[in-house]
Design a protein around this ligand. Structure first.
Ligand SMILES: [Zn+2]
Length: 395
């Protein structure tokens, strides 16, 4: 299962926009602008839900934040940027859970090593700050490939733990795709579309990881924030996950011991619809609760990182037309692109795409790697043409 690819469906939509060049010779400028505006509308992110505020006891969670050097390199205004991000998240938390995050520390995190390995990074975060006296310890790390939508690549959190990681969400390839694909729109209109998508992704990734820290599990329904892969339409948590989060917050506020916390979470699990969550996640929480009941530490060992077992629910991920060898090749090339090595494998991707001109996922890989190569817009359009045609067939 490769959520990275599935997901870059959104990039696919951008590439669809890139095909707007077709209109240049045959349609007046205003028709093109009209069409691009409707595309921009479909790419605009959802507003996060307003919340029902039905839970009336306010709780403050003490947060310490450590900001990695790679994040600081990417975001020179890292302090106000993070404060702004927490402020937006707080608005949603207040309306929905009556909780707010109080920043008690926001400082650079002197850290060695590559930013690619999230698992190692969360271990390093636990070493630098054991969480004593805080409710949450958050590490910010640089963005590796923000076009990915698998939450496990965008952030990381231990289930019921105190530690979580968030990546920078700046996405140069998305910005360039908006510039090139919606060229009939005004500069400010395009900039605002990019900014609003980034803000939405930042808030949703933060809430997803915070959700895990508060006991929420991966939701099966792709419309919910706890679904394993990000989408710009996300705006809310499933009711079952809100219940888990409320139970954890209540336990923290009332300083309940781990056995009492486990008991109240078990109560929520017992009353919830099992189909709400992806296979295996409920069991993972139950194991965690057994550890708590046995007097162990929550979140110490079970970072949320397991590849999800959810079925892919987006169109365009079907590889059944490929034989086993090409499927393995696809996985290899996709992995190479995800680690930024598109330059080394591009010719092989082109050859694979030639063999499978009717397979969306393969054409999408070609388009995405062409975008990441940083070649000219005209060449990218060429590489993305077939994928755009297939995308239209999928809609
Ligand atoms: Zn997750």
């Amino acid at each position: 299962m490769r959520w990275g690819t599935v997901a870059v469906f959104s990039v696919g939509i951008f590439a669809l926009c890139l095909t707007s060049c077709r209109f240049e010779s045959q349609a007046p400028q205003d028709r093109k602008r009209e069409w691009q505006r409707s595309q921009a509308k479909s790419l605009a992110p959802a507003e996060l839900s307003k919340g029902d505020n039905s839970w009336s006891i306010a709780t403050a969670l003490r947060v310490r934040i450590h900001v990695g050097p790679d994040y600081i390199r990417q975001r020179r205004d890292w302090q106000p940027a993070i404060e702004e991000q927490i402020k937006r998240v707080n608005e949603w938390l207040r309306r929905t859970l009556n909780v707010r995050l109080d920043i008690e520390g926001l400082e650079p995190w002197p850290r060695e090593g590559s930013l690619g390995d999230m698992e190692a990074a969360i271990g390093a975060l636990q070493k630098v700050d054991d969480g004593e006296g805080a409710d949450l310890v958050i590490g910010y790390v640089g963005g590796e490939d923000a076009t990915l939508v698998n939450f496990d690549n965008l952030g990381r959190a231990a289930l019921l733990g105190k530690h979580m990681l968030i990546r920078a969400m700046d996405d140069e390839s998305e910005r360039r795709a908006i510039e090139a694909g919606l060229d009939a729109l005004g500069t400010e209109e395009r900039a605002e579309l990019y900014r609003s998508r980034k803000r939405h992704k930042e808030s949703v990734v933060f809430l997803h990881e915070l959700g895990h820290a508060l006991g929420a599990l991966h939701a099966r329904d792709k419309g919910f924030i706890m679904h394993p892969s990000y989408h710009h339409d996300m705006q809310d948590f499933a009711p079952e996950n809100l219940e888990l989060m409320r139970a954890t917050i209540k336990a923290r506020r009332e300083s309940l011991d781990s056995k009492q916390l486990a008991a109240s979470l078990r109560e929520v699990l017992a009353g919830a619809h099992a189909a709400a969550w992806v296979t295996g996640d409920r069991e993972r929480l139950e194991q965690q609760l057994s550890q708590l009941e046995a007097g162990g530490e929550a979140g110490a060992s079970s970072a949320e990182a397991e590849p999800t077992t959810a079925e892919p629910t987006r169109p365009g991920t079907d590889l059944s037309a490929l034989d086993e060898a090409d499927r393995a090749l696809f996985a290899e090339l996709d992995g190479a692109v995800a680690s930024g090595e598109q330059g080394k494998v591009f010719e092989r991707i082109e050859a694979l795409a030639e063999r499978h001109s009717g397979v969306y996922a393969v054409q999408e890989l070609l388009c995405r790697s062409a975008m990441q190569l940083g070649t000219t817009a005209r060449r990218v359009r060429g590489y993305c043409k077939r994928m755009s045609e297939l995308a239209l067939e999928l809609q």
